[in-house]
Design a protein around this ligand. Structure first.
Ligand SMILES: Cc1cc2nc3c(=O)[nH]c(=O)nc-3n(C[C@H](O)[C@H](O)[C@H](O)COP(=O)(O)OP(=O)(O)OC[C@H]3O[C@@H](n4cnc5c(N)ncnc54)[C@H](O)[C@@H]3O)c2cc1C
Ligand code: FES
Length: 288
């Protein structure tokens, strides 16, 4: 896992720890029925400086703030992207903004994916539903540094075809010879015109050719998905410490102060959201 950056280091580097800094929305696009992509630029001209897997606290003035994963890769310069599902007060207010509007940004926060450690390894990315949002940051980082990594498999699953996002990237992953991309939907109706695989994401795992010694799996998706994906990866003899997960918990402060995100002895906002499965296995099996 990437090294945790202490709050004092964040402050020393001028990142926004407690006080939101202004950012301008430069693009806002409906990417599915419930999700919008927001492209943002920090108004002081800095890069966000995130690692794949980290999140920001984004605020709409007068409404509130919420944690959102950074979806673009750090290799994209000048701006960063978030994909936001309309869920309640803050996310609805974010959906109603327009290009040129200003929001507040704190962060980036948390422990992201350790891109240095993963160098030279074979990688299996498994993204379920909106879990592809944070995973996309890592996938694009790896593809932008393709020679540093081994074999790459990308598995993506959604409930229905209309929920699949990032059409340009999916098209690219489909054509790249250096990537094995597989996609599935749980169900579809004839009107969807879907010609791809149908079935839950675990149906894609048995066909994977993986060397358990060299391979690391990165899983991001809804809690129910983890249980079945972990079981399928076990059947492929992947050791626990070759499995990396990103957890989502209710958060408030994002900086280890309020305790909202605590599970066992961990604060997900600081110790995670990215964990090696071996670190959390016991808590997971007790039903975190
Ligand atoms: C580390 C992290 C990264 C996240 N990344 C993304 C992202 O990239 N894109 C995205 O769309 N969302 C993401 N979320 C979830 C997002 O933070 C919540 O949807 C948001 O806080 C809801 O705020 P709201 O004010 O709109 O809704 P509220 O008015 O607070 O609540 C609306 C409904 O959503 C439920 N809810 C609120 N927060 C959460 C939560 N964290 N988990 C599950 N249910 C919740 C409430 O119980 C309620 O039913 C992330 C959450 C975390 C912790
Ligand atoms: S969100 Fe406050 S301690 Fe993690």
């Amino acid at each position: 896992m990437a090294k945790k950056v202490s709050p004092s280091v964040l402050e020393a580097e001028g990142q926004q720890l407690y006080l939101p800094g202004p950012a301008e929305i430069i693009r806002l696009e409906q990417v599915s029925e419930k999700e919008k992509l927001l492209e943002l630029k920090l108004q002081d001209g800095r890069e966000l400086g995130h690692q794949p897997g980290q999140f920001v606290e984004i605020s709409v003035y007068g409404i509130g703030e919420c944690p959102i994963s950074v979806s673009s890769s750090p290799t994209k310069k000048g701006s960063f992207e978030l994909v936001i599902r309309k869920a309640g007060n803050v996310t609805t207010a974010l959906h109603n903004l327009k290009p040129g509007d200003q929001v507040g940004v704190r962060g980036p926060f948390g422990r992201g994916f350790d891109t240095e450690f993963l160098k030279g390894k074979d990688l299996v990315f498994i993204g379920g539903g909106i879990g592809m949002v944070p995973l996309r940051s890592l996938v694009n980082f790896v593809l932008d540094n393709r020679n540093d990594y081994g074999k790459v498999d990308i598995l993506y699953g959604c409930k229905e075809p209309s929920e699949l996002i990032f059409p340009e990237e999916r098209e690219l992953w489909n054509t790249l010879k250096t990537v094995n991309y597989r996609v599935t939907v749980d169900r579809c109706s004839p009107e969807d015109g879907w010609r791809g695989n149908t079935g839950v994401i675990t149906t894609l795992i048995p066909d994977l050719e993986l060397d358990p010694e060299k391979t690391y799996a990165v899983i991001v998706g809804p809690p129910i998905m983890y249980k079945f994906v972990l079981k399928s990866l076990k059947e492929k003899n992947l050791p626990d410490d070759h499995i990396i997960v990103s957890l989502e918990r209710r958060m408030k402060c994002g900086v280890g102060k309020c305790g909202h995100c605590q599970i066992g002895d961990k604060y997900v906002c600081q110790d995670g959201p990215v964990f090696n499965y071996r670190e959390i296995k016991e808590m997971y099996e007790e039903g975190i």
